[in-house]
Design a protein around this ligand. Structure first.
Ligand code: GRG
Length: 309
């Protein structure tokens, strides 16, 4: 397979335009996904799903997926956005459940009341649970529309579910909850966040590359980019939680109140920021070393460390 080469560096304005355009295309795919899902749901559950999925957000995971697909020669068809939307369905469920009183107990998300504050805990539990199989089916159907061979469709969907599962996001969240009030060391913190936040981010890249027909070392490079960007993302998340207001973040800073070990509590602000930049550079190097030139992914790695919310 050939890996597309985009010459040149992406400037800030071009990146913002790209993010806006891609966000809109992802949101159109999310509307298609929810319209298809809604008839199977009780109306109050469908309302909670819509609140949790459509209420804003950067849509970073789907955008990374689409960008990886394009870098591997993908054509940007509607089905790629449907595939990318499967990641956002998992992400949205994780936020809805994370905000529940039995986990982070949050009342504000993306500048809006959290789903359970609007729709109640029982309905939010059901809405989140409905999104997990819906995401898997969404990924499978999108791969078929993309013309992926059955073994590729299966591999792409398995990457999504593995990242979301006990070895990935669920296990990382569990470790995070168990670690509240404890002082975690660097290795424990890295392991926790590679699973809780990093696994789904890395899956975004791997799914996009696989669905475009990439194989072997090229897929490995996208996975390595995803792992490094995932860690950079979480370090910055900790920095923002320690430095920004609820108004800027759209959610209340809560790490200190929950007694969480963070990259800021472990290293301090300056060293945490330095480590985020180093991981972002490592991400870009993983692609370059494999001969993949993808300036948009270079720009997205920069965005991850420069973002303010
Ligand atoms: C049953 C233990 C158990 C877990 C269920 C709730 C859950 C699964 C997982 C939670 C995972 C979680 C909340 C990870 C945090 C990831 C993170 C940093 C989210 C913020 O992502 P952004 O900034 O958010 O991309 P937007 O709003 O832009 O989409």
């Amino acid at each position: 397979m050939s890996v597309r080469t985009d010459a040149g560096r992406i400037g800030t304005d071009a990146l913002e335009t790209y993010l806006d355009t891609e966000r809109q295309a992802v949101e159109a795919a999310l509307v298609r996904a929810l319209d298809a899902l809604a008839p199977a749901l009780a109306s109050e559950v469908a309302g909670a799903v819509r609140h949790g999925v459509m209420g804003g957000g950067k849509r970073l995971r789907p955008i990374l997926c689409v960008s990886a697909h394009a870098a591997c020669g993908g054509d940007g068809s509607e089905a790629v956005y449907d595939l990318a939307a499967s990641l956002e369905l998992i992400h949205a469920y994780s936020l809805m459940h994370d905000d529940l009183p039995c986990m982070d107990d949050a009342d504000l998300r993306r500048g809006l009341p959290t789903t359970h504050k609007e729709h109640g805990e029982a309905v939010t539990m059901r809405a989140g649970a409905a999104l997990i199989p819906a995401a898997a089916l969404q990924a499978l159907a999108a791969c078929e529309r993309l013309g992926c061979a059955p073994d590729v469709s299966e591999a792409v969907t398995a990457v999504l579910l593995r990242a979301a599962g006990a070895g990935g996001m669920v296990g990382g969240q569990w470790a995070d909850l168990e670690g509240e009030g404890m002082s975690l060391g660097a290795a424990e913190l890295d392991d926790l966040h590679r699973r809780k936040t990093g696994a789904l981010l890395a899956a975004s890249l791997e799914m996009g590359a696989l669905a475009a027909g990439a194989e072997g070392p090229v897929v490995d490079a996208f996975r390595a980019y995803g792992r490094a960007v995932g860690l950079a993302f979480q370090i910055v998340d900790d920095v923002l939680d320690a430095t920004q207001s609820a108004e800027t973040l759209g959610k209340r800073p809560s790490d200190a109140a929950h007694g969480k070990s963070t990259y800021v509590s472990l290293y301090g602000l300056d060293e945490a920021r330095r480590r985020a930049v180093a991981e972002s550079d490592r991400a870009v190097a993983a692609l370059t070393d494999a001969g993949v030139e993808a300036p948009m992914l270079t720009a997205l790695a920069r965005f991850v460390v420069e973002r303010q919310s």
